[in-house]
Design a binder for this molecule. Structure first.
Ligand SMILES: [Mn+2]
Length: 359
């Protein structure tokens, strides 16, 4: 297991590489080059420079997140072939720079979604990301985009890049004719083109689950349950077609048994990396993001780490979203302090599990 940390890049993140390097037990990043829109080729030179910069700070970067899939690929439009070619070029460029895992998602239009980015946790005065389906039902897609942009402290949120949202209405219209089966068909088309290239260059694609783990705004979503992922891994039967097991995204639905899902796909060697965090259920389709500690939320992080251990997980892990604590100001969900606490807690669980299994 390699413990990593998400970082948005110089000028896009107020956290420094030096700060990340000083978190005990953190060997590298799950990085992102935030400046490229979905469908664009990530230039080789830019990736090389990025990796060199991270390495010089004493950190590895073998996982890259948010290589976003262009909407035309998800919608199956004729223009998808050009965008798939671009995607393949980005895969090749990343592989050439030593990247081993690419995290992406196949959610139509919206990436992760919350109805409040800074909901106060009454018990301790900190705040965290919050979701209430009832609030969402009172909002139009445009409204939630406006609200999210307004409340993100001037940062662009992953999946909420302004250029992706220009054509929102046109795209929403096209999706009226796309159901889950059709979306899966387009997904399979994409995977059949890219996975052979991944095998050739030694990259594993890791699909991130839908977040929250149910459809929103009537759009089809096909990646939020064990059954969904069974279908995805079967689309192209290769370890290069694998999962980013995000406990908090899948865990937003109490229907998902996270340790069981980890065991199921871990035994198949189809988990390339993991985001580990906790969730607190507040009602039906209503939750907030909780501190990583098991007793603070509804997921059992010990059982989760045990499931990784028992399936010989040797991929990359990072703490996921944290709360805003100690008056930190930063990107919602991606402050330094609470994620660093989460990281050391996960490492502590892992050390105890490893040592208690010694013969
Ligand atoms: Mn995640």
């Amino acid at each position: 297991m390699k413990m990593t940390f998400r970082w948005y890049g110089e000028g896009f993140d107020n956290i420094t590489l030096k700060q990340i390097r000083q978190i005990p037990g953190c060997s590298g990043l799950m990085g992102v080059l935030d400046q490229y829109a979905a469908g664009e080729v990530w230039p080789l030179e830019a990736i090389q420079e990025y990796v060199k910069h991270v390495n010089e700070a004493g950190l590895e970067v073998e996982v890259i997140e948010s290589v976003n899939v262009h909407e035309d690929i998800k919608m199956g439009l004729p223009s998808r072939d050009q965008y798939i070619d671009n995607y393949i070029q980005t895969i090749r460029n990343l592989a050439q720079c030593g990247i081993k895992v690419i995290v992406y998602n196949f959610m139509p239009v919206f990436d992760w979604l919350r109805t409040d980015l800074a909901r106060e946790i009454p018990e301790d005065g900190s705040n965290s990301l919050y979701y209430d389906d009832e609030d969402l039902r009172g909002m139009t897609p445009m409204k939630i985009v406006e609200e999210t942009t307004k409340n993100s402290n001037g940062f662009t949120l992953p999946g909420w890049e302004p250029d992706r949202l220009k054509e929102l209405e046109r795209v929403l219209n096209i999706y009226k004719d796309i159901d889950e089966d059709k979306l899966r068909e387009n997904y399979k088309y994409f995977l059949e083109k890219i996975i052979p290239v991944c095998e050739e260059v030694g990259i594993r694609m890791a699909v991130h689950p839908d977040d929250p783990a149910w459809p929103v705004f009537g759009l089809p979503r096909v990646a939020h349950s064990q059954e969904d992922f069974d279908k995805i891994v079967q689309m192209v039967d290769s370890p290069a077609n694998s999962l980013c097991l995000c406990t908090g995204s899948l865990g937003s639905s109490p229907d998902n048994n996270i340790p069981q899902i980890i065991r199921h796909f871990g035994q198949m060697n189809r988990i390339a990396c993991a985001h580990v965090r906790n969730v607190k259920y507040l009602g039906f389709k209503k939750f907030r993001e909780a501190p990583h500690l098991s007793s603070e939320g509804d997921l059992d992080l010990y059982e989760i780490m045990l499931a990784f251990y028992e399936t010989s997980f040797d991929g990359y892990i990072r703490p996921d979203h944290g709360r805003m604590i100690w008056d930190e100001v930063g990107r919602p969900g991606y402050g330094l302090y609470d994620r660093a606490l989460g990281l050391t807690y996960i490492n502590g669980l892992w050390e105890a599990i490893v040592k208690s299994h010694r013969k």
